[in-house]
Design a protein around this ligand. Structure first.
Ligand code: F6P
Length: 365
């Protein structure tokens, strides 16, 4: 009898989801496995089930296509996190119904592609007897169990492109340009993009900032004859003694949306330096479009390895990029709820500081 794998994409979308789906379906087809897409996240497993057969012929062009052909959800019945990442129990009745439908569909394995929230649900489902394997996705790159998540490289490329564009207009108008990027509680996108895009000030959640330091940096540049300044700020960065800036105070059945810090500091910088200052919020541009070559190969490797894990019965595990640069596995239990953040004393930050890049925390000389 042909074996069948269910594939589900959960949480916020990101470039590369389709490339993972393609890799699983192609590797599966070569080995006589069929694949079934679950539509709209885990909710697709509820009644009536929303599924779609994934044939080899449907995979054409998916390597480079953004988003997910399966749809996704980061709220609703299967939302694992609410507020500022607080765990939420999915009702047992919902999980039981999903299991009944999963069995009725005749699936021998389930590959769940998602971030921490999706993988937390996947672990719960594994404990209930689902033969599940996880694939780590998120532009935030904040999962500790893998050296890199897919989607991150593409998001950084998007932010660097934005910085390159802001550079010329900042220079022409002698302005301060502030770019707000995503990343939730981790500053990976801001730090990598800031380094690659030549930012003068990088503000991240891991290092609280104060205005005096930012103003000093802008004035120091001015004194050197550099009449413009580029600031990149992560949405989760915080001003000393203050809380996260959010777009909705109460997340309800989803996580709180971070954002607004860019505009906040823009007004304050302009007030304090008397320099014209503008803010650009990059937002979901970071999550759309074609994956970079790095993400394409990472997704392809993740997808093939996840398929192989299913064939070997390595359930309750997540595929991971190991320190060696090779594919490996880690238990879902060890992978979830361990957020990886930028080390304020680490090489990345130290390299930036060695170039004179400010993190908004430098004391007065
Ligand atoms: O986790 C990915 C992410 O893009 C975060 O960087 C951001 O805070 C959040 O999702 C935005 O979510 P939504 O698409 O629901 O606005």
């Amino acid at each position: 009898m042909t074996k069948k794998i269910g594939i589900v994409t959960g949480g916020g979308d990101c470039p590369g989801l389709n490339a993972v789906i393609r890799a699983i379906v192609k590797a599966g087809a070569l080995n006589g496995w069929k694949c079934l897409g679950i539509h709209g996240g885990f909710d697709g497993l509820l009644t009536p089930t929303r599924t779609m057969p994934l044939a080899l012929k449907d995979m054409d062009g998916l390597l480079i296509r953004g988003g997910t052909i399966l749809g996704t959800a980061n709220r609703g019945q299967f939302a694992a996190k609410t507020g500022h990442g607080e765990l939420r129990q999915v009702p047992q009745k919902t999980l039981d119904q999903a299991k009944i439908n999963f069995d009725t569909l005749g699936l021998s394995g389930l590959i769940a592609i998602g971030g921490d929230g999706t993988l937390t649900i996947a672990q719960k489902m594994f404990e209930m007897g689902f033969p599940v394997v996880g694939v780590p996705k998120t532009i935030d790159n904040d999962l500790d169990a893998t050296q890199m998540t897919f989607g991150f490289d593409t998001a950084v490329a998007c932010a660097v492109d934005a910085l390159d564009r802001l550079y010329s207009t900042a220079q022409s108008h002698s302005r301060v340009m502030v770019l707000e990027v995503m990343g939730r509680y981790a500053g990976w996108i801001a730090t990598y993009a800031g380094l690659a895009g030549g930012a003068d000030i990088i503000l991240i959640p891991e290092i609280t900032f104060h205005y005096d330091s930012i103003v000093r940096k802008i004035q120091a540049r001015q004194a050197e004859g550099k009449d413009f300044t580029i600031v990149i700020i992560a949405e989760g960065a915080t001003l000393e003694g203050q809380n996260f800036v959010t777009l909705n105070e109460n997340g309800g059945d989803r996580e709180i949306r971070l954002g607004g810090i860019g505009h906040m500091i823009t007004m304050e910088i302009e007030k304090r330096t008397k320099k014209e200052t503008r803010c650009v919020v990059l937002g979901h541009l970071q999550r759309g479009g074609q994956p970079t070559q790095w993400d394409r190969q990472l997704c392809t490797r993740f997808g093939v390895h996840a398929f192989q894990m299913i064939t070997k019965g390595q359930f309750g595990m997540m595929v991971a990029l190991k320190e060696t640069g090779m594919m490996g596995e880690v238990t879902l239990k060890d992978a979830i709820n361990k957020i990886r953040r930028v080390d304020p004393g680490g090489e990345l930050v130290m390299t930036a500081r060695a170039l004179g890049i400010s993190f908004g925390d430098e004391p007065a000389p």
